[in-house]
Design a protein around this ligand. Structure first.
Ligand code: ATR
Length: 271
């Protein structure tokens, strides 16, 4: 029986076990997928379980996507470029860290036929998932990426990291929290919205209609950020598809085949 886990802190909210279990059962694979709440000083020992074969793969969520890196043997290009790991596996006795959030976001945006190319994008937040969003937007040829974060220094660090990267053009700038510049797509990558009554203290009123509001949050399915945007006539999308596609990419790495993604999977999110 192969064993997989998602690790993070907190971890209760994660739907990764449900989605992987669904595909494991559907494809009659002998495997189990659980969730584990860890602290920083548990990471090293937990990773050793991959090397000795006790565990066959891991997903990594907040706040360990970067913290896990020192304990791995090798990073794939996507993990290296973003310094962010959400999927771990053993290959030729090496513990590999990979990033499927980039592909997940890209696949989600493409599946709804939104064209990022040439667009001005505003990202709210500078936490763990933002490097992956930035890199995916760059791959999809966004014209500019503006970062705004309550703690401005964290956005500045991200800007410097990517604007100095040989893999990216210098398309990132940082503005003060509270400023809303003209843009085409606004992405909420803060944790504000995870609780039903959470509301961002930002004023989007001056944005003309037909913008695209995207929330990384998938649970709840409609944050106040998306609700208000919809009321104001904007296009909206939550993080559900990104979550499904990042999971499918991890599943393919571990089990060797692409799962079919259909509407049945939505039941997992309706609980
Ligand atoms: P981490 O910051 O540990 O990586 P995260 O969940 O990935 O955790 O990121 C949380 C994001 O939500 C951060 O950008 C955070 O802003 P700070 O860097 O200023 O902490 C943002 N955030 C959380 N609560 C917020 C609030 N009440 N208002 C605005 N931004 C908030």
């Amino acid at each position: 029986m192969k064993k997989y886990f998602v690790i993070g802190n907190p971890i209760d909210h994660s739907l990764s076990p449900e989605i992987h279990d669904y595909w494991i059962k559907k494809n009659k694979i002998k495997a189990k997928y659980g969730k584990k709440k860890l602290n920083n000083n548990d990471l090293k020992d937990f990773i050793l379980k991959i090397r000795n074969g006790e565990i066959n793969g891991l997903n990594v969520t907040v706040p360990f996507k970067k913290e896990i890196i020192p304990f791995l043997d090798k990073l794939t290009f996507s993990a290296e470029t973003t310094q962010s790991v959400n999927t771990i596996y053993l290959e030729n006795d090496k513990i590999i860290g990979h990033n499927t959030d980039i592909g997940g976001f890209e696949a989600a945006i493409k599946s709804i036929n939104y064209k990022v190319a040439g667009k001005k994008v505003l990202i709210l937040g500078a936490g763990g998932v933002v490097p992956s969003i930035i890199f995916a937007l760059f791959k999809m040829k966004a014209m500019s990426i503006t970062l705004t974060n309550r703690t401005k220094s964290k956005a500045e660090i991200l800007k410097d990291f990517f604007n100095n990267s040989s893999h990216m053009d210098k398309i990132i700038k940082v503005i003060n929290w509270g400023e809303i510049p003209d843009c085409d797509m606004i992405i909420n990558a803060t944790s504000v919205g995870l609780h039903k009554n959470d509301t961002l203290n930002l004023d989007f009123a001056k944005l003309k209609s037909n913008k695209f509001f995207y929330d990384i949050i998938y649970n709840p399915g409609e944050t106040n950020f998306l609700k208000k945007a919809k009321e104001n006539g904007h296009k909206t999308e939550n993080g559900k598809k990104m979550f499904i596609y990042q999971a499918a990419e991890a599943f393919k790495i571990w089990h060797g085949f692409q799962v079919e993604i259909n509407d049945e999977i939505n039941r997992i999110f309706e609980k």
